[in-house]
Design a protein around this ligand. Structure first.
Ligand code: G3P
Ligand code: CA
Length: 260
């Protein structure tokens, strides 16, 4: 984890380990986060959902079908029930060459307890509005916001209302507005002005990005993070385009590229 230069500098290309090093190990597990740290990612990317008993667990889908082979939603189960589920078999079935390790879901507290200030956290709030306060409680209680590193915790969401609410409740946390553009990425001057009121940048599906758009966003002093990029050729093209961060399932590829 490179701590020499501000994480939020426009000059950097942040290496954001998407669901941990999820190309190498089951997503959102201790193993995938540990590998991301070893691969020198700048951030662990963490998607969050809320359990029946109001704990925050790192999981991308609201349903359990894909990673746990269970029926129903995260919100139908207590944390204790969720902790019993195996979330690795689906991955190791697809990757028989890898040595399986026991894989459980983790709460945000457990992740912060495991890594403390040694890593940076790029947290996506995937819940409906109104529950953001649960996230801020965890961040405050774990002390992770008392960090002298600007950008040590970033919060991202596709939902602008969620981000505006967090900006009011905890103005110190940098926010990223996510977009998924169907075609070429475009934002009007008015939209950019609105984003700048609460966010430090945007996260965009990389296929929609183009040079003029990235230039326009940077000229407006916003960061541009591209998701989710899993090969070196596209990483290189995006770096040339000027993006300031890349979400990847293979943080080792980007680390290697940045050292070349
Ligand atoms: O958070 C950026 C990127 O991860 C958004 O896509 O679906 O992987 O959360 P998703
Ligand atoms: Ca995400």
């Amino acid at each position: 984890f490179n701590k020499q230069e501000s994480l939020l500098s426009k000059e950097r290309v942040l290496n954001i380990a998407h669901r941990g090093a999820s190309g190498h190990a089951p997503e959102h597990t201790a193993r995938s986060y540990q590998l991301a740290k070893e691969m020198e990612a700048d951030y662990l990317e963490i998607d969050l959902h809320v359990t029946k008993d109001k704990h925050l667990v790192a999981i991308h889908d609201k349903d359990l079908n894909r990673v746990a082979n269970k029926k129903g939603k995260v919100s139908d189960y207590t944390l204790a029930e969720l902790k019993m589920m195996d979330v690795g078999t689906w991955f190791y079935t697809q990757h028989p060459e890898k040595e399986p390790v026991s894989s459980q879901l983790m709460t945000l507290e457990e992740i912060i307890e495991m890594f403390g200030q040694e890593v940076n956290y790029y947290i996506e709030w995937k819940q409906a509005n109104g529950l953001e306060v649960l996230l801020l409680d965890v961040l405050r209680e774990t002390g992770i916001l008392q960090n002298d590193r600007e950008g040590g915790v970033i919060i991202q969401s596709f939902n602008d209302e969620t981000l505006k609410s967090i900006a009011k409740l905890e103005p110190s946390v940098p926010l990223i507005q996510l977009y998924s553009f169907k075609k070429s990425a475009e934002l009007t001057k008015r939209e950019i002005k609105e984003i700048k009121k609460y966010a430090i940048g945007i996260g965009v599906n990389y296929q929609s990005l183009h040079h003029d758009f990235v230039e326009k966003i940077l000229a407006n002093h916003l960061l541009v993070h591209a998701y989710t990029v899993n090969n070196e050729k596209e990483m290189k093209e995006l770096i040339q385009m000027g993006v300031t961060g890349i979400f990847t399932d293979f943080p080792d590829y980007l680390t290697k590229l940045k050292k070349e």
